[in-house]
Every structure is written in C-alpha cells, then in structure tokens.
Design a protein around this ligand. Structure first.
Ligand code: PRP
Ligand code: URA
Length: 207
C-alpha cells in the first residue's frame, strides 16, 4: 500500500526542500506546493459522480468530486504545512486536527489535542504529516481516527523512512501511504537520513 510518487517537478522541489540553506519562507512554500502536486497522484483513485451543467452552448454531463466528503487531517504541527496545499485543490474539505509530539528521549508519540468533524465514518480522510520516521506518530494518529469511526483513510507524507513504512503498513495494512521520497533510514535520534531535518522547526522557524 506504499506509493512513492516519481515526478521531475516534485523531485526539483524536493531538492530545494532538503537543502539546509533553504529559508523558512521558501521551505513553507515548498511543503505546500509538494502536497498540492502529490494530491494530483493521490486523487487518481477518487470516486467522482456525474452531474449535468449548462455550458454557454448546451447541457453537458460532467464528473465532479463531492468535496464535502473530504477531511484533511494534519498531524500537528508539521502536518499543517501540507494542509494549505491540499485545501487549494479541495477548498470544500473540512479540517480535523490531531496534536502529537515525539518525546525527545523515548521518541514515542504523546497526544495533546484532537478535534474532528462529525460523521467520520462517511468521510475520506487525508492525513498529512511531512515526516514518517519511526512511524510511531502516524500509527498512533491513524488508530485514533479509526477509534473515532473513520473508515476511509489515506496517509500522505513527504519523506518516509523504511522503518516508518513498515510500522504503518503492519499496524494499518488497509491504509494507503503516499510519499514523495523513501529515504535510507534513521539516525540515533530517529531523524530521517538524508531527510530534511526537523520539518516542524523548518516550517515554523523555531530552529
Ligand atoms: C515530527 C513529524 C512527525 C513525527 C515523525 O513531529 O512531523 O509527526 O515527528 O516521527 P515518528 O515517525 O518517529 O513518530 P514532531 O514530534 O517533531 O512534532 P512537531 O510536528 O510539532 O515538530
Ligand atoms: N521528525 C522530523 O521533523 N524529521 C525527522 O527526520 C524525523 C522526525
């Protein structure tokens, strides 16, 4: 269920994103743009419905998405950076939030916030977090969403480590994972190598 999206435009943006010289302003913009570009690939499997509209010349049957069915769920903080990109394409989507941070010593996720729209069982959830490292945060967030009734979930990240992919795939085999890059692994502090550093700090300028 893992898809690594190959696209020269995304690769170009990824090169800038990984560069330690990239400013906070550009970094934030790139995260948003990459999420937007990734959604083009993710959306290939979205179900559309047919409706009739009138062009200036005649009636015409067209295919549309039911935007209200979508909920973007950023894992705070860093997932917020991708949310704006997804909302540019699906402005009618709702936004739910999950607050998790990794304990600096144990690297285990700690929950501190959650707010979701109602009727999650009828929605398509696009969970965003730029970094899938050990997979602890993503796996915990996905379990929280399932416990709240979510049935259709897609996980979108920008950089994934093999360890994180393994954990999420084992814990949630039915959830598709989309990433713009699968990296080599993790360092002793569970940072992705080569990665891009701390995504949250680089998005919000808290370095
Ligand atoms: C980062 C990242 C993920 C998590 C990934 O968040 O945005 O949520 O780490 O690591 P894992 O796969 O090992 O769980 P962080 O805890 O640094 O919080 P932040 O988004 O507030 O910076
Ligand atoms: N979180 C980040 O922001 N970066 C990593 O490399 C791993 C976890």
């Amino acid at each position: 269920m893992i898809t690594e999206i190959f696209n020269p435009i995304i690769s170009h943006k990824m090169a800038q994103l990984r560069d330690k010289k990239t400013s906070t302003k550009l970094f934030r913009m790139l995260v948003e743009e990459i999420a937007m570009l990734m959604l083009y690939e993710v959306g290939k499997n979205f179900e559309s419905k047919e409706i009739e509209i009138e062009t200036p010349l005649m009636p015409c049957r067209v295919k549309v998405l039911d935007e209200k069915k979508f909920v973007v769920v950023p894992i705070l903080r860093a997932g917020l950076g991708m949310t704006e990109g997804v909302l540019k394409i699906l402005p009618g989507a709702a936004v739910g939030h999950i607050g998790l941070y990794r304990d600096e010593k144990t690297h285990l996720p700690i929950e501190y916030y959650s707010k979701m729209p109602p009727n999650l069982d009828e929605k398509i959830l696009l969970v965003t977090d730029p970094m899938l490292a050990t997979g602890g945060s993503a796996s915990e967030a996905l379990q929280m969403l399932k416990d709240k009734g979510a049935k259709k979930i897609i996980f979108m990240c920008i950089v994934a480590a093999p360890q994180g992919i393994k954990k999420v795939s084992e814990d949630h085999p039915e959830i598709p994972i989309y990433t713009a890059a699968i990296d080599e692994g993790l360092n002793e502090n569970c940072y992705i190598l080569p990665g891009l550093g701390d995504a949250g700090d680089r998005i919000f300028g808290t370095l």
